[in-house]
Design a protein around this ligand. Sequence first.
Ligand code: NAD
Length: 244
Amino acid sequence: MSTFDGLVAVVTGGASGIGLATAHAFAAAGARVAVLDLNPEGLAPSLTGIRADVTDHDSLEAAMAEVVERLGGLDILVNNAGISAIGTVEELPDTEWTRVLDVNVTGMARASAAALPHLRRSAHPAIVNLCSIGALNGLPRRALYNASKGAVLALTYAMATDHIAEGIRVNAVSPGTVFTPFVENFLQKFDDPESERAALDARQATGRMVTPEEVAGAILYLASPDSGSTTGTALEVDGGVTHL
Ligand code: NAD
């Protein structure tokens, strides 16, 4: 794969899980990397942490300007910040719909809008959005989360159409179940976390959950000049569960 030498990558929600693995992968591949997060503390010296909230327009504009000032430009945006909610439509109150859609969908549009003026000045601009296979198959009791990721898929297609004339590619990755701190914490709620983990592994066609590093690899490919003819796609990194 091409290196990212000389390029600047921004990862929203990059202080944990998939975002953190992605930030490290970009840095290892030569990029200068900014992590925009509510809690950007404790990052490795190779990553520049900037406090930002994807629900706050002004905080995003300030953060993108700070990236350009401190790292010298902005070439790649990974819209990774996302939250979940568990429940059916009967169980989820309106306040939850407002909260989750504001982060997962409007937050992605907001961060993109704040980054676009800078991306237009890049020779290799790319945006990668974090979708989920929940957009395609009905993960149980995830009505709101699945709906938010369905909107992410539609947003990805819309942005790819709107910005290809100016050379900006927009793609998505759709992970299946990824073993992140989020899943680890979830498993701790069971009496026997190890057997719950084994059950989750067994549910994947590959026999194990996806790793954050595998999702990062797909994101780097979609952000790299190697995928220069790819825009408006969603790459599934799901252990085969969607189509097998
Ligand atoms: P995570 O909970 O480990 O990390 C999410 C990060 O986003 C955290 O660092 C958090 O502080 C940050 N964040 C939350 N709200 C924010 C806000 N308003 N502004 C800025 N930052 C904010 O999550 P993860 O499991 O690594 O998931 C990352 C992305 O991948 C999400 O979009 C998620 O929906 C998607 N995804 C995850 C899985 C999975 O199995 N873990 C599967 C499919 C898709």
